[in-house]
Write a protein that binds this ligand. Structure first.
Ligand code: PMP
Length: 379
Protein backbone atom coordinates (compact mmCIF):
# COMPACT_ATOMS: atom_id res chain seq x y z
CA UNK A 1 0.00 0.00 0.00
CA UNK A 2 1.27 3.49 -0.83
CA UNK A 3 -0.16 6.14 1.49
CA UNK A 4 0.55 9.78 0.73
CA UNK A 5 0.36 11.91 3.89
CA UNK A 6 2.52 14.85 2.79
CA UNK A 7 -0.13 17.06 1.24
CA UNK A 8 1.36 20.20 2.80
CA UNK A 9 4.47 19.77 0.65
CA UNK A 10 2.71 19.01 -2.62
CA UNK A 11 -0.72 17.89 -3.75
CA UNK A 12 -1.80 15.70 -6.63
CA UNK A 13 -3.40 17.96 -9.24
CA UNK A 14 -7.16 17.35 -9.52
CA UNK A 15 -8.03 15.46 -12.74
CA UNK A 16 -10.67 18.12 -13.51
CA UNK A 17 -7.86 20.70 -13.44
CA UNK A 18 -5.70 18.70 -15.83
CA UNK A 19 -8.68 18.47 -18.18
CA UNK A 20 -9.24 22.24 -18.07
CA UNK A 21 -5.56 22.93 -18.76
CA UNK A 22 -4.94 20.52 -21.61
CA UNK A 23 -6.51 22.56 -24.49
CA UNK A 24 -4.09 25.39 -23.64
CA UNK A 25 -0.98 23.39 -24.40
CA UNK A 26 -1.53 22.89 -28.12
CA UNK A 27 -2.17 26.47 -29.17
CA UNK A 28 -0.20 29.72 -28.94
CA UNK A 29 -0.98 31.51 -25.69
CA UNK A 30 0.11 35.09 -25.26
CA UNK A 31 -2.72 37.32 -24.02
CA UNK A 32 -0.81 40.44 -25.09
CA UNK A 33 -1.06 39.45 -28.79
CA UNK A 34 -3.62 41.42 -30.76
CA UNK A 35 -4.68 38.57 -33.08
CA UNK A 36 -7.57 36.20 -32.43
CA UNK A 37 -5.61 33.42 -30.62
CA UNK A 38 -4.05 36.09 -28.41
CA UNK A 39 -7.43 37.56 -27.59
CA UNK A 40 -8.80 34.12 -26.75
CA UNK A 41 -5.96 33.72 -24.27
CA UNK A 42 -6.85 37.16 -22.86
CA UNK A 43 -10.45 36.06 -22.37
CA UNK A 44 -9.35 32.89 -20.60
CA UNK A 45 -7.06 34.94 -18.36
CA UNK A 46 -9.81 37.37 -17.34
CA UNK A 47 -12.27 34.55 -16.73
CA UNK A 48 -9.68 32.83 -14.53
CA UNK A 49 -9.20 36.04 -12.57
CA UNK A 50 -12.93 36.13 -11.81
CA UNK A 51 -12.95 32.56 -10.55
CA UNK A 52 -9.90 32.99 -8.34
CA UNK A 53 -11.30 36.24 -6.91
CA UNK A 54 -14.54 34.41 -6.13
CA UNK A 55 -12.77 32.07 -3.72
CA UNK A 56 -12.02 34.89 -1.26
CA UNK A 57 -14.78 37.41 -2.06
CA UNK A 58 -12.44 39.74 -3.98
CA UNK A 59 -12.97 41.67 -7.21
CA UNK A 60 -11.30 40.24 -10.33
CA UNK A 61 -9.22 43.37 -10.92
CA UNK A 62 -7.69 42.92 -7.46
CA UNK A 63 -6.01 39.61 -8.41
CA UNK A 64 -2.42 39.51 -9.70
CA UNK A 65 -1.18 36.16 -10.99
CA UNK A 66 2.33 35.17 -9.89
CA UNK A 67 4.69 32.21 -10.00
CA UNK A 68 3.58 30.89 -6.60
CA UNK A 69 3.17 31.69 -2.95
CA UNK A 70 6.82 32.56 -2.36
CA UNK A 71 6.68 35.19 -5.09
CA UNK A 72 3.37 36.54 -3.81
CA UNK A 73 4.80 36.89 -0.30
CA UNK A 74 7.86 38.68 -1.69
CA UNK A 75 5.72 41.02 -3.77
CA UNK A 76 3.43 41.87 -0.85
CA UNK A 77 6.17 42.70 1.64
CA UNK A 78 8.79 44.23 -0.64
CA UNK A 79 6.15 45.93 -2.76
CA UNK A 80 4.58 47.76 0.18
CA UNK A 81 7.89 48.61 1.89
CA UNK A 82 9.68 49.85 -1.23
CA UNK A 83 6.70 51.94 -2.28
CA UNK A 84 6.44 53.49 1.21
CA UNK A 85 10.19 54.22 1.01
CA UNK A 86 10.54 53.95 4.78
CA UNK A 87 8.88 52.17 7.65
CA UNK A 88 8.87 48.91 9.56
CA UNK A 89 6.97 45.63 9.32
CA UNK A 90 5.35 43.26 11.81
CA UNK A 91 4.88 39.50 11.35
CA UNK A 92 4.26 36.46 13.49
CA UNK A 93 7.21 34.31 14.55
CA UNK A 94 5.77 31.24 12.81
CA UNK A 95 5.40 32.65 9.30
CA UNK A 96 6.66 30.64 6.32
CA UNK A 97 10.35 30.99 5.49
CA UNK A 98 9.44 33.04 2.39
CA UNK A 99 8.09 35.73 4.74
CA UNK A 100 10.88 35.50 7.32
CA UNK A 101 13.69 35.62 4.75
CA UNK A 102 12.02 38.49 2.89
CA UNK A 103 11.89 40.40 6.19
CA UNK A 104 15.61 39.71 6.72
CA UNK A 105 16.38 41.05 3.25
CA UNK A 106 14.21 44.13 3.87
CA UNK A 107 16.01 44.81 7.16
CA UNK A 108 19.29 45.10 5.23
CA UNK A 109 17.58 47.70 3.04
CA UNK A 110 16.55 49.81 6.03
CA UNK A 111 13.12 48.35 6.79
CA UNK A 112 13.31 46.75 10.26
CA UNK A 113 10.73 44.25 11.45
CA UNK A 114 9.27 42.89 14.66
CA UNK A 115 8.24 39.27 15.10
CA UNK A 116 5.23 38.69 17.35
CA UNK A 117 5.60 35.58 19.53
CA UNK A 118 2.98 32.82 19.71
CA UNK A 119 1.74 30.76 22.64
CA UNK A 120 2.48 27.06 23.18
CA UNK A 121 -0.25 26.13 20.70
CA UNK A 122 1.00 28.50 18.00
CA UNK A 123 -1.76 31.06 18.51
CA UNK A 124 -0.98 34.73 17.79
CA UNK A 125 -2.62 36.95 20.41
CA UNK A 126 -4.28 39.88 18.56
CA UNK A 127 -3.30 42.13 21.49
CA UNK A 128 0.39 41.31 20.87
CA UNK A 129 -0.02 42.37 17.26
CA UNK A 130 -1.60 45.60 18.42
CA UNK A 131 1.26 46.40 20.78
CA UNK A 132 3.88 45.57 18.12
CA UNK A 133 2.46 48.20 15.75
CA UNK A 134 4.29 51.52 16.00
CA UNK A 135 3.88 54.85 14.25
CA UNK A 136 6.19 53.80 11.44
CA UNK A 137 4.67 50.33 10.80
CA UNK A 138 3.58 50.01 7.18
CA UNK A 139 2.46 46.38 7.04
CA UNK A 140 1.45 43.48 9.29
CA UNK A 141 1.70 39.93 7.96
CA UNK A 142 0.02 36.99 9.70
CA UNK A 143 -0.71 33.64 8.06
CA UNK A 144 -4.31 32.42 8.19
CA UNK A 145 -3.18 28.98 9.33
CA UNK A 146 0.16 27.26 9.78
CA UNK A 147 1.01 24.33 7.54
CA UNK A 148 3.35 22.64 10.05
CA UNK A 149 1.12 22.61 13.13
CA UNK A 150 -2.26 23.46 11.61
CA UNK A 151 -3.04 26.25 14.06
CA UNK A 152 -5.69 28.68 12.75
CA UNK A 153 -5.29 32.37 13.66
CA UNK A 154 -7.99 34.90 14.57
CA UNK A 155 -7.52 36.65 11.26
CA UNK A 156 -10.70 38.71 11.45
CA UNK A 157 -9.86 40.06 14.90
CA UNK A 158 -6.27 40.84 13.91
CA UNK A 159 -7.55 42.42 10.68
CA UNK A 160 -9.85 44.74 12.61
CA UNK A 161 -6.99 45.94 14.81
CA UNK A 162 -4.62 46.45 11.88
CA UNK A 163 -7.27 48.33 9.88
CA UNK A 164 -7.97 50.63 12.82
CA UNK A 165 -4.26 51.46 13.06
CA UNK A 166 -4.26 52.45 9.37
CA UNK A 167 -1.68 49.79 8.46
CA UNK A 168 -1.82 47.32 5.55
CA UNK A 169 -2.74 43.74 6.51
CA UNK A 170 -1.18 40.87 4.52
CA UNK A 171 -2.33 37.29 5.01
CA UNK A 172 -0.51 34.23 3.68
CA UNK A 173 -3.47 31.94 3.05
CA UNK A 174 -1.46 29.17 1.35
CA UNK A 175 -2.21 26.52 3.96
CA UNK A 176 -5.71 27.71 4.82
CA UNK A 177 -7.33 28.10 1.41
CA UNK A 178 -9.64 25.28 0.55
CA UNK A 179 -9.77 23.99 4.12
CA UNK A 180 -11.30 26.97 5.93
CA UNK A 181 -13.21 29.96 4.51
CA UNK A 182 -11.20 33.14 3.94
CA UNK A 183 -12.99 36.38 3.02
CA UNK A 184 -11.01 39.54 2.32
CA UNK A 185 -13.96 41.79 3.28
CA UNK A 186 -15.01 40.03 6.48
CA UNK A 187 -11.39 39.59 7.57
CA UNK A 188 -10.22 43.15 6.68
CA UNK A 189 -7.41 41.85 4.47
CA UNK A 190 -5.50 44.21 2.14
CA UNK A 191 -3.13 41.68 0.54
CA UNK A 192 -3.57 37.91 0.38
CA UNK A 193 -1.23 35.19 -0.87
CA UNK A 194 -2.65 32.23 -2.82
CA UNK A 195 -0.91 29.09 -4.00
CA UNK A 196 -2.43 27.07 -6.84
CA UNK A 197 -1.05 23.68 -5.82
CA UNK A 198 -2.38 23.94 -2.28
CA UNK A 199 -5.90 23.92 -3.78
CA UNK A 200 -5.02 20.98 -6.12
CA UNK A 201 -4.04 23.19 -9.04
CA UNK A 202 -0.73 23.00 -10.93
CA UNK A 203 2.49 23.91 -9.07
CA UNK A 204 4.44 27.05 -9.93
CA UNK A 205 1.38 29.30 -10.10
CA UNK A 206 -0.05 31.58 -7.46
CA UNK A 207 -1.73 34.90 -6.99
CA UNK A 208 -1.67 37.98 -4.82
CA UNK A 209 -4.88 39.76 -3.94
CA UNK A 210 -4.21 43.50 -3.69
CA UNK A 211 -7.11 45.58 -2.38
CA UNK A 212 -7.99 48.52 -4.62
CA UNK A 213 -6.01 51.56 -3.49
CA UNK A 214 -3.13 49.67 -1.82
CA UNK A 215 0.15 51.29 -2.83
CA UNK A 216 2.51 48.66 -4.15
CA UNK A 217 5.77 48.80 -6.06
CA UNK A 218 6.41 46.01 -8.58
CA UNK A 219 9.49 43.89 -7.91
CA UNK A 220 9.73 42.39 -11.40
CA UNK A 221 10.22 44.88 -14.22
CA UNK A 222 9.36 44.18 -17.85
CA UNK A 223 6.45 44.49 -20.25
CA UNK A 224 3.93 45.65 -17.65
CA UNK A 225 1.63 42.61 -17.59
CA UNK A 226 -0.76 42.16 -14.65
CA UNK A 227 -1.44 45.90 -14.47
CA UNK A 228 2.30 46.49 -14.20
CA UNK A 229 2.59 44.60 -10.91
CA UNK A 230 4.02 41.40 -12.38
CA UNK A 231 5.71 41.65 -15.74
CA UNK A 232 6.26 38.56 -17.86
CA UNK A 233 3.99 36.62 -20.25
CA UNK A 234 1.24 35.06 -18.18
CA UNK A 235 1.28 31.27 -17.66
CA UNK A 236 -2.13 30.69 -19.23
CA UNK A 237 -2.35 26.87 -18.83
CA UNK A 238 -1.28 27.23 -15.20
CA UNK A 239 -3.65 30.11 -14.51
CA UNK A 240 -6.60 28.34 -16.18
CA UNK A 241 -5.75 25.30 -14.05
CA UNK A 242 -5.59 27.35 -10.88
CA UNK A 243 -8.99 28.90 -11.67
CA UNK A 244 -10.57 25.49 -12.22
CA UNK A 245 -8.98 24.34 -8.95
CA UNK A 246 -10.52 27.34 -7.17
CA UNK A 247 -13.92 26.51 -8.59
CA UNK A 248 -13.76 22.85 -7.56
CA UNK A 249 -12.45 23.82 -4.12
CA UNK A 250 -15.27 26.28 -3.58
CA UNK A 251 -17.87 23.62 -4.32
CA UNK A 252 -16.23 20.90 -2.25
CA UNK A 253 -14.82 22.85 0.70
CA UNK A 254 -17.59 22.28 3.22
CA UNK A 255 -18.09 18.56 2.71
CA UNK A 256 -14.40 17.88 2.16
CA UNK A 257 -13.37 19.74 5.32
CA UNK A 258 -15.86 17.67 7.31
CA UNK A 259 -14.50 14.45 5.80
CA UNK A 260 -10.88 15.44 6.44
CA UNK A 261 -11.63 16.37 10.06
CA UNK A 262 -13.05 12.89 10.62
CA UNK A 263 -9.94 11.24 9.18
CA UNK A 264 -7.61 13.64 11.01
CA UNK A 265 -9.22 13.02 14.40
CA UNK A 266 -9.11 9.25 13.91
CA UNK A 267 -5.42 9.56 13.01
CA UNK A 268 -4.67 11.79 16.00
CA UNK A 269 -6.49 9.48 18.43
CA UNK A 270 -4.64 6.47 17.06
CA UNK A 271 -1.18 8.05 17.11
CA UNK A 272 -1.56 9.49 20.62
CA UNK A 273 -2.02 5.93 21.92
CA UNK A 274 1.77 5.66 21.54
CA UNK A 275 3.65 6.34 24.78
CA UNK A 276 5.28 9.75 25.08
CA UNK A 277 3.73 11.05 21.90
CA UNK A 278 2.37 14.60 21.82
CA UNK A 279 0.22 16.65 19.51
CA UNK A 280 1.88 19.90 18.35
CA UNK A 281 -0.31 22.92 17.63
CA UNK A 282 -3.78 23.63 18.91
CA UNK A 283 -6.08 20.71 19.79
CA UNK A 284 -9.19 22.33 18.25
CA UNK A 285 -8.20 25.40 16.27
CA UNK A 286 -6.44 23.37 13.62
CA UNK A 287 -6.72 22.83 9.87
CA UNK A 288 -8.89 19.81 8.95
CA UNK A 289 -5.98 18.20 7.09
CA UNK A 290 -3.12 18.65 9.56
CA UNK A 291 -2.04 16.08 12.15
CA UNK A 292 1.28 17.08 13.74
CA UNK A 293 3.14 15.26 16.49
CA UNK A 294 6.38 14.86 18.32
CA UNK A 295 7.84 11.79 19.97
CA UNK A 296 10.43 11.60 22.72
CA UNK A 297 13.74 9.76 22.10
CA UNK A 298 13.48 9.54 18.29
CA UNK A 299 14.55 11.70 15.36
CA UNK A 300 11.86 12.81 12.93
CA UNK A 301 14.05 11.95 9.92
CA UNK A 302 14.38 8.30 11.07
CA UNK A 303 10.60 8.07 11.43
CA UNK A 304 10.14 9.39 7.87
CA UNK A 305 12.60 6.89 6.39
CA UNK A 306 11.06 3.97 8.30
CA UNK A 307 7.53 4.97 7.28
CA UNK A 308 8.68 5.33 3.69
CA UNK A 309 9.85 1.70 3.72
CA UNK A 310 6.31 0.78 4.75
CA UNK A 311 4.88 2.81 1.86
CA UNK A 312 3.86 5.85 3.90
CA UNK A 313 4.99 9.32 2.73
CA UNK A 314 5.24 11.78 5.63
CA UNK A 315 7.44 14.68 6.65
CA UNK A 316 9.02 16.21 9.73
CA UNK A 317 7.74 19.70 8.93
CA UNK A 318 8.09 22.15 6.10
CA UNK A 319 9.74 20.70 2.99
CA UNK A 320 10.95 24.22 2.22
CA UNK A 321 13.36 24.16 5.19
CA UNK A 322 14.30 20.45 5.09
CA UNK A 323 17.66 21.30 3.48
CA UNK A 324 18.89 23.10 6.61
CA UNK A 325 18.41 20.17 9.07
CA UNK A 326 17.80 22.83 11.71
CA UNK A 327 14.92 22.27 14.10
CA UNK A 328 11.79 23.95 12.79
CA UNK A 329 11.49 27.63 13.75
CA UNK A 330 7.76 26.99 14.17
CA UNK A 331 8.26 24.29 16.81
CA UNK A 332 10.93 26.36 18.61
CA UNK A 333 8.50 29.32 18.67
CA UNK A 334 6.03 27.11 20.57
CA UNK A 335 8.66 26.89 23.32
CA UNK A 336 9.91 23.38 22.50
CA UNK A 337 13.56 22.56 23.17
CA UNK A 338 15.64 21.76 20.04
CA UNK A 339 15.83 18.06 21.03
CA UNK A 340 12.04 17.98 21.39
CA UNK A 341 11.55 19.69 18.04
CA UNK A 342 13.82 17.10 16.37
CA UNK A 343 11.30 14.35 17.11
CA UNK A 344 8.55 15.85 14.93
CA UNK A 345 6.24 14.05 12.54
CA UNK A 346 3.84 15.88 10.22
CA UNK A 347 1.01 13.96 8.55
CA UNK A 348 -1.05 16.08 6.16
CA UNK A 349 -4.23 14.75 4.59
CA UNK A 350 -5.78 15.58 1.26
CA UNK A 351 -8.62 14.97 -1.14
CA UNK A 352 -7.54 11.43 -2.03
CA UNK A 353 -6.83 9.96 1.39
CA UNK A 354 -9.13 7.18 2.58
CA UNK A 355 -10.11 5.67 5.90
CA UNK A 356 -8.17 2.49 5.09
CA UNK A 357 -5.01 4.51 4.61
CA UNK A 358 -5.45 6.17 8.00
CA UNK A 359 -5.99 2.83 9.70
CA UNK A 360 -2.93 1.37 7.96
CA UNK A 361 -0.83 4.30 9.22
CA UNK A 362 -2.17 4.04 12.78
CA UNK A 363 -1.28 0.34 12.77
CA UNK A 364 2.19 0.86 11.28
CA UNK A 365 3.47 3.73 13.42
CA UNK A 366 3.72 2.14 16.91
CA UNK A 367 6.11 -0.56 15.61
CA UNK A 368 8.26 2.08 13.89
CA UNK A 369 8.55 4.21 17.03
CA UNK A 370 9.23 1.18 19.23
CA UNK A 371 12.03 -0.10 16.97
CA UNK A 372 13.65 3.35 16.68
CA UNK A 373 13.48 3.85 20.44
CA UNK A 374 15.14 0.50 21.02
CA UNK A 375 18.05 1.67 18.87
CA UNK A 376 18.14 5.19 20.32
CA UNK A 377 20.92 6.19 22.71
CA UNK A 378 18.49 8.84 24.03
CA UNK A 379 16.06 6.22 25.30
N1 PMP B 1 3.43 29.97 2.51
C1 PMP B 1 3.10 28.85 3.16
C2 PMP B 1 2.24 28.95 4.38
C3 PMP B 1 3.52 27.59 2.70
O1 PMP B 1 3.18 26.48 3.36
C4 PMP B 1 4.32 27.54 1.51
C5 PMP B 1 4.83 26.22 1.00
N2 PMP B 1 3.84 25.33 0.61
C6 PMP B 1 4.64 28.74 0.87
C7 PMP B 1 4.19 29.93 1.39
C8 PMP B 1 5.50 28.76 -0.38
O2 PMP B 1 4.90 28.13 -1.44
P1 PMP B 1 5.69 27.90 -2.82
O3 PMP B 1 6.88 27.04 -2.43
O4 PMP B 1 4.73 27.18 -3.67
O5 PMP B 1 6.10 29.19 -3.35
Amino acid sequence: MRVYLDNASAKKVDPGVVEAMSPWFDRPVNPSSLHTPGQEAREALEEARERVAGLVNARPEEIIFTGGATESNNLALKGVALRARKGSLVASAIEHISILNTLKELSTLGFPSTLVPVDGYGVVDPASVESAITRDTVLVSVMAANSEIGTIQSIREIGEIVREKGVYFHVDATAALGEIPVDVERDHIDLLTFSSNSIYGPPGVGALYVRRGVKLQPIIQGGGQERGFRSGTENIPGIVGMARAAEITRKKMESESRRLKGLRDRLIRGVLEIEESYLTGHPERRLPGVASFRFSYVEGESIILSLDMLGISASTGSACTSKTLQPSHVLLALGLKPEEAHGSLLLTLGRWNTLDEIDYTVQALPGVIKRLREMSPLH
